[in-house]
Write a protein that binds this ligand. Structure first.
Ligand SMILES: Nc1ncnc2c1ncn2[C@@H]1O[C@H](COP(=O)(O)OP(=O)(O)O)[C@@H](O)[C@H]1O
Ligand SMILES: N[C@@H](CC(=O)OP(=O)(O)O)C(=O)O
Length: 442
């Protein structure tokens, strides 16, 4: 059997629902369907999830939220009417409205998936499952045993299911929201629980491209990818597959396909275990990145010998609950790379504590840094590939701030200014993946 997850763009309106039905009906083994909340397309400029986040702000700040609530309701009622559905979505909307003042953030923001799944189940004639009845969390981790026993109980009576993505339940039954893009994770967990033969992730691109198509408009598709490569590309920022969605399918070696709801005939990207990947004619599998990192650099003579000071420094990051993405280091200095959003409110306090309590020679801050990663399975055996990538940037006036490459790693990460982000990706793509004459040879 297959688990098929449809992203927000695939369920944005009634026309998209029709495409989903065609796909589901063309293969009877697509037994479990997971949906995101109705997303964006050319007629609908805002994702329902973003509207719900805005709605919560309006409710909290006592602004008149009725127009926004009406706009959200209209989108669902329009899909219901255009598809002649019977499900009582109006009653669901009324319940949400009645709970607006008291409900949790997780409950409200998850309602997009809940309502979309209610409509989709009715449209496909599949059984609707509220994800909070089957995906049980223990803290931030899914509890596979508890979730499995809930799921098995349901499967006794129903074998074709539509499940709402993006959330599950805490042990006390309250809604547990996943990170943004989390329906990919829901689908992956369900594929794991169901021992699926294939996890299909349906989106609005025909597979994973070697670079973000919004930056490189001629970017080519990756036909086959390993879980390792997908994990790195997702972690480094390709929006198409949530980074936390790799682990559940990988754990059971369930092949995964990224496919296009608008063009199923184009095929997509197949993700497999490394043993099943054939030779790739391109040395670099893909390029990904993210903007808005901040680098905090601390200096002290022979800092690498002062473990006590490093302990104090790390305790400060821990106190403010800051995740550190990279720590490049030398004898006299350590740098800490963090997401700007994680730091923002606390940056001044962190700097002042570092200066006051750690007896350092200097503390400097560099904002507006972007990271760009080139992923290649061959990097661990041929580290000189990194040099070739850097030489691509050499005469392009892009100031490379730093480069990280661990010996065993399958990626090289380059730090540049935010303003050079798109240019760096485009340059690496054009010089190292195309044209053929300039390509780094395999
Ligand atoms: N390397 C890449 N390959 C394919 N798509 C990418 C890549 N990097 C970024 N994207 C973007 O990811 C988008 C799909 O992700 P998302 O918006 O979450 O889709 P969905 O609504 O189906 O969940 C694509 O429309 C594309 O713009
Ligand atoms: N709707 C949620 C979860 C999700 O996975 O969405 P999408 O499949 O549209 O990326 C979000 O916007 O984050």
């Amino acid at each position: 059997m297959k688990v098929a997850k449809f992203g927000g763009s695939s369920v944005a309106d009634a026309d998209q629902f029709k495409k989903v039905k065609k796909i589901i009906q063309s293969d009877k083994t697509r037994q479990v369907v997971v949906v995101s909340a109705a997303g964006k397309n050319s007629h609908e400029p805002v994702k329902i999830t973003d509207m719900l986040i805005e709605l919560e702000k309006e409710v909290k700040s006592k602004v008149d939220y009725q127009p926004l609530f009406a706009k959200i309701s209209t989108r669902f009622i329009k899909i219901k009417n255009e598809l002649n559905l019977k499900v009582d979505i109006e009653a669901d909307l009324l319940e949400i409205k009645q709970r607006l003042q008291t409900c949790s953030h997780d409950y409200l923001v998850s309602r997009g998936e809940y309502l979309t799944a209610r409509l989709m189940a009715d449209y496909l004639g599949y059984y609707f499952i509220d994800a909070k009845d089957i995906l049980i969390f223990d803290g931030d981790e899914i509890d596979y045993a508890a979730s499995n026993s809930r799921l098995q109980r349901l499967l006794v009576q129903h074998d074709r299911l539509v499940v709402s993505g993006f959330y599950g339940a805490n042990e006390d039954g309250s809604v547990h929201l996943m990170p943004r893009g989390g329906s990919d994770i829901s689908g992956s967990i369900l594929a794991n629980l169901m021992d699926a033969n294939l996890y299909e992730n349906w989106t609005d691109v025909s597979g994973i491209l070697r670079a973000d198509p919004r930056i490189v408009d001629h970017s080519k598709k990756i036909d086959v990818l390993t879980y390792d490569e997908l994990q790195e590309l997702s972690y480094m920022g390709i929006g198409v597959f949530q980074e936390e969605a790799v682990r559940p399918v990988r754990q059971k070696r369930i092949s995964t396909k990224i496919l296009n709801t608008n063009h199923p005939e184009e095929g997509g990207t197949l993700v497999v275990d490394s043993n099943n990947k054939q030779f790739d004619s391109q040395v670099i599998t893909g390029i990904a990145g993210k903007k808005n990192y901040t680098v905090i650099t601390i200096k002290k003579y022979q800092l690498n010998r002062h473990i006590d000071i490093l302990q104090r420094v790390l305790a400060i990051f821990q106190k403010f609950n800051i995740s550190i993405n990279y720590i490049p280091s030398g004898n006299d200095g350590f740098s800490f790379l963090c997401r700007h959003n994680d730091l923002s409110r606390n940056l001044d306090k962190i700097i002042s504590e570092l200066k006051k309590t750690c007896n350092l020679d200097s503390v400097t801050v560099n904002k507006d840094i972007a990271l760009v990663a080139a992923v290649s399975l061959q990097l661990s055996k041929r580290p000189a590939i990194a040099g070739k990538i850097l030489s691509c940037l050499d005469n392009s006036l892009i100031h490379v701030r730093f480069v990280f490459q661990e010996g065993s790693d399958i990626k090289v990460v380059i730090g540049v200014a935010n303003r050079d982000y798109e240019k760096t990706i485009a340059k690496i793509y054009d010089e190292s993946l195309e044209p053929q004459s300039k390509k780094i040879s395999a």
